[in-house]
Design a protein around this ligand. Structure first.
Ligand SMILES: [Zn+2]
Length: 262
């Protein structure tokens, strides 16, 4: 087993009523949603970045209509104005040294920093790309997608992956399909340098409590999701959790994930 070291990065957060993310939750208590990305280090292949946060570009794209609506619906508080660029440079990592960017799905809080990695291959599912590639600003907004965040040469650098794919060809990083929250959403499985199996589960659920208890979000979120696919994915995570309690399932926006931000 090739050990992968990993860390959580974040450049901001938004909030939502608890009931939206957990059936039976409170309408009045608000839950903080940190945007997180995961920086993985492979002993030979180097850096692999899982998602790219908001970055300053998100704020440029949402400073005018129609993108402005995105920020009205989910007001964002920035904690690192320079986004992923600032967070990596603070660790002495050159952006050009990141050769692999894994994109769980095309929502703006995951794609904001894509333009910062001109030399990276970008991994996503074909279905995720097909679902957004022709969307303009208004149609994109309804899918949480801001086309202006994508680098102009993206298509040439895309690498399509699917369930079970071996990302680097050595068994260290395996693709998991997690449809529901967004069409073609994917996650990544690996063994950490501490020997723990880890599954980066993107937005398959918002709270870890949801996969532990197999508890879907409020039906109102059915407007945003493909409900049946969402519940099937949640069920799958729940079963994996029961079969293997050592498996660390990491939903992008869960406060337990945010607690790992250095
Ligand atoms: Zn998200």
């Amino acid at each position: 087993m090739i050990p992968i070291s990993w860390q959580v990065l974040s450049d901001g957060w938004t909030t939502a009523p608890e009931v939206v993310v957990l059936r039976g939750g409170s309408w009045f208590r608000r839950v903080k949603f940190h945007a997180t990305a995961f920086l993985l280090q492979h002993p030979e292949a180097g850096w692999v970045l899982f998602d790219t946060l908001y970055s300053s570009r998100f704020f440029e794209e949402t400073s005018r209509f129609p993108g402005r609506l995105y920020r009205w619906i989910t007001p964002v508080t920035q904690t690192a104005p320079g986004g992923i660029r600032q967070l990596l440079e603070a660790q002495g990592i050159s952006l050009r040294d990141v050769k692999h960017v894994f994109l769980s799905h095309f929502h703006a809080d995951h794609t904001g920093g894509l333009r910062d990695f001109p030399d990276a291959k970008i991994y996503c599912s074909r279905r995720a790309w097909e679902a957004v590639r022709h969307l303009g600003s208004w149609a994109g907004l309804r899918r949480g997608f801001l086309p202006g965040l994508l680098p102009p040469d993206l298509e040439a650098r895309l690498r399509f992956v699917r369930e079970g794919d071996d990302l680097l060809g050595d068994g260290s990083l395996r693709v998991v399909e997690l449809p529901g929250h967004a069409i073609g959403q994917i996650g990544l499985r690996f063994t950490s340098s501490a020997g723990q199996p880890v599954l980066l589960a993107a937005d398959a659920c918002w709270l870890s409590q949801a996969y532990r208890e197999n508890r879907p979000p409020h039906p109102v979120t059915g407007l945003l999701h493909d409900g049946p696919a969402y519940r099937a994915t949640l069920q799958r995570l729940h079963e994996w959790h029961l079969e293997n309690p050592d498996l660390l399932i990491v939903p992008t926006h869960c406060p337990e994930t945010a607690a790992r931000i250095p």
